[in-house]
Write a protein that binds this ligand. Structure first.
Ligand code: F7E
Length: 325
């Protein structure tokens, strides 16, 4: 609930009048910045017609899930929990697989054992396509994971399909391509660039160090993408959907545009540091979102240029606020 997608989804659901129950992990620093505006001190606030309640639980702790599900009996469950950083998953592969892979299985088991009729959204990832066997990638494209994170997501995907077929659970896999926003974690490449550009423009930083500038991604706006999650659970039948823009751009192109937004030339500031290279890389991702468009009536609303601009603009404001400029 405290991540980028959880916060946008909570806003969407609260606006629709849902009683939202978000799961948070305990952390030594308070990590609710992204949902603070939806909460009142004490953890409960009525926003428009809906409400948001937070609970401590963890996909690593199956008993916490069972207790919570038994109490709430949710109509809809959105599993967005993850160690979601691909590069970090090479450093902590077992933890990543535990949360992303087995965590999903624990959730499915809990719903099955409790006999709940909850509709479940499972957050899949374009990383599952990895070393892609075709371009663009659709729901029919075979997976070829290239990281512990992606392998764990592929396990979770197939577990969800299996529970749908074996036990008739209403589970949808959303295969979401990269989706970004000003709420993106600071060590994902788009946010790292928008933060760096803003800091350089304001004289707070000299250079920006990055890894592979040739990697290509299908980048969309996270706020558009959470709508697709909700739409999947409103269908008569559960199914799997690719959610993407259908366009692909390199990290270099993201840099070019981001620096241009503030009137600077990226080549004067970006340095390549091998530290940020991955043991195995995903070279190109480009989704085919035609099924989502046809069946859900969903399509990305925000262009690549608009996404870059809104992230850079937001981080200029953020850096000014943070540094009292
Ligand atoms: O990397 C390259 C890097 O970390 C994008 C997650 O949300 O989307 C995300 O995974 C590309 C890669 O995202 C730096 O090598 C260059 O090729 O922003 P990223 P990701 O790995 O694509 C998918 C759909 C998910 O499911 C994941 O959870 O950019 N790159 N230089 C860099 N990446 C980072 N992080 N930092 C760099 O300095």
């Amino acid at each position: 609930m405290t991540g980028q997608d959880g916060s946008y989804l909570a806003e969407l659901l609260v606006e629709k009048g849902y009683e939202v129950h978000g799961v948070v992990r305990r952390s030594s620093s308070f990590n609710r910045g992204r949902v603070e505006h939806l909460l009142e001190f004490g953890g409960h606030k009525v926003v428009d017609s809906g409400t948001l309640h937070l609970h401590y639980a963890d996909l690593g702790d199956g008993s916490s899930l069972i207790r919570l599900l038994e109490k709430i009996e949710p109509d809809e469950i959105y599993n967005l929990a993850a160690q979601s950083h691909v590069a970090v998953s090479f450093e902590i592969p077992v933890y990543t697989a535990d949360v992303v892979g087995l965590g999903t299985l624990k959730l499915l088991e809990a719903v099955r054992d409790l006999g709940l009729n909850s509709r479940i959204y499972q957050a899949g990832s374009s990383e599952m396509f990895g070393k892609v066997v075709e371009v663009p990638q659709s729901e029919k494209t075979p997976f070829y994971p290239r990281s512990p994170y992606a392998a764990a997501k592929a396990f979770a995907h197939w577990a969800a399909v299996n529970y749908r077929e074996a036990y008739q659970l209403f589970v949808c896999n959303g295969i979401l391509f990269n989706h970004e926003s000003p709420r993106r974690g600071e060590n994902f490449v788009t946010r790292k660039i928008s933060l760096g550009v803003a800091a350089i423009k304001l004289g707070l930083q000299g250079k920006l160090q990055l890894g592979n500038l040739d990697a290509k991604r299908d980048w969309g706006y996270a706020k558009d993408y959470v709508e697709a999650m909700w739409m999947m659970l409103q269908q008569d039948q559960p199914d799997d959907y690719v959610i993407a823009t259908g366009q692909t751009w390199s990290v270099r192109e993201f840099c070019e545009r981001a620096f241009r937004r503030v009137g600077l030339n990226w080549e004067d500031y970006v340095e390549v540091n091998p530290y940020y290279m991955r043991p195995t890389e995903v070279d190109i991702l480009k989704g085919d979102p035609s099924k989502a468009q046809r069946k859900l009536g969903w399509q990305a609303k925000t262009s690549f240029d608009d996404l870059v601009n809104l992230m850079v603009d937001a981080d200029l404001e953020y850096q000014k606020r943070t540094h009292r400029l």
